[in-house]
Design a protein around this ligand. Structure first.
Ligand code: GDP
Length: 375
């Protein structure tokens, strides 16, 4: 492949931030993802949410539409938000590859009735170690005794409709949880009271069942990444890509599901990934993404449930000559049987020495192995 002209990085050309959802079991990570995904956006309307490999993509128009009530109608600078589908994914926790952290920002989910739990603290430690930005979703506010449902409302509006008793219980629990965070060495505050964003981490109260606070969470995710991560979000030609899963697919052999955080992948690119038996050097045979849900319905009305990407029938992927970050992609190539999830994927450029890249790849492997040894 011919040498690419390096892209001039610019604030006007940002990629979508990548977000992970973390937290203790049963705090509502899965439900929260379902809630932000399951909108009433009409089919064909601008800003359709799309299911990707291992992730869900929320275009900026969709986020703007859903956060209208918050009246923060300033233009969004990122094209959208990519949320990793598997909360607490193993490869995310394994992932420590140098500087190429998979997520730009995390949502740390805490159950308002339980406060900080063991895995909350584990997640916190990972986030601190990697210096990853995060927002606390203080979930299950609807479980406060006497809560009046205000479906999908911004949290301040929902709170105004609650009785004094509910508000008092809310205040008491929030204060306790802020104290628990302090014990972990972190300052936190309700986002709408936070005057020192950056120093003090934001808490967004949410209900994944009735949707209160979800507009706030979405807007804050986008606004906060735009404010603090512009440098990281500038689009480049430099590949930043992480293997999320290694999957055997009937008729296709072993494929890898990756998250392309930055750069462009091409069919025919020579790539290097970590293998349990050493670096794997291979060539991208196919770059695949799921069909948009509409198309799947069209292909086979009787298989509506295949709209879930992981259950899709064989051959129902779209092939691409090239794909641009940020998105979830399935890669088909030879020799991927022993590829390792949670490590980086490298592309061999025209000026690169394969041996150097093989070595870099195996550095990732070492850090993953160290983590496995520790746990
Ligand atoms: P995960 O283990 O963190 O992914 O938690 P789940 O999303 O599976 O949720 C655990 C349980 O809590 C399920 O029974 C959910 O229905 C329930 N749940 C999750 N979010 C909420 C919420 O906001 N309010 C209430 N009342 N229940 C919730």
């Amino acid at each position: 492949r011919t040498k690419e002209v390096p892209l001039k990085r610019s604030e006007d050309n940002l990629r979508s931030p990548i977000c992970c959802i973390m937290g203790h079991v049963d705090t509502g990570k899965t439900k929260l993802l379902d809630c932000i995904r399951g909108t009433n956006v009409q089919e064909g309307e601008a800003g359709e949410i799309t299911q990707q490999i291992g992730a869900t993509y929320f275009p900026a128009e969709n986020i703007r539409e859903r956060t209208r009530e918050l009246k923060a109608d300033a233009k969004l600078r990122v094209p959208g938000l990519l949320v990793i589908d598997t909360p607490g994914h193993e490869s995310f926790t394994n992932l420590r590859s140098r500087g190429s952290g998979l997520c730009d920002i995390a949502v740390l989910v805490v159950d308002i009735m339980h406060g900080l739990e063991r895995q909350t603290i584990e997640s916190l430690n990972l986030l601190k170690m990697r210096n990853t930005e995060f927002i606390v979703a203080l979930n299950k506010v609807d479980r406060l005794f006497g809560w009046k449902t205000c479906k999908n409302k911004p949290i301040v509006k929902a709170m105004k409709r609650q009785s004094n008793d509910v508000r008092n219980e809310f205040k008491m629990r929030v204060t306790q949880i802020i104290t628990q965070f302090k014990e972990q060495g972190l300052n936190t505050e309700l986002y709408y009271k936070n005057k020192e964003m950056g120093e003090i981490f934001n808490i967004v109260p949410t209900s994944a069942i009735s949707g209160e606070g979800i507009p706030d969470l979405l807007l804050l995710l986008v606004k906060w990444t735009e404010k603090t991560l512009v440098e990281k979000l500038m689009f480049t030609n430099e590949i930043q890509c992480t293997v999320l899963e290694v999957k055997a697919i009937k008729g296709q052999g072993t494929t890898i599901d990756v998250v392309l955080a930055n750069g462009v992948l091409h069919e025919g690119d020579q790539i290097v990934v970590c293998g349990t038996q050493g670096p794997i050097v291979t060539t991208i045979r196919a770059l695949l993404t799921p069909h948009p849900m509409r198309d799947i319905l069209f292909i086979n009305m009787s298989k509506i449930f295949y709209a879930n990407a992981s259950l899709m029938p064989q051959g129902s992927y779209l092939h691409h000559k090239e794909l641009k970050a940020a998105q979830g992609v399935k890669i088909n190539a030879q020799g991927l049987d022993h590829a390792v999830a949670g490590t980086g994927l490298y592309v061999v450029g025209p000026d690169d020495d394969v041996e150097d890249i093989k070595e870099a790849t195996m550095q990732d492997m070492k850090s993953v192995m160290r983590r496995i040894d520790k746990s």
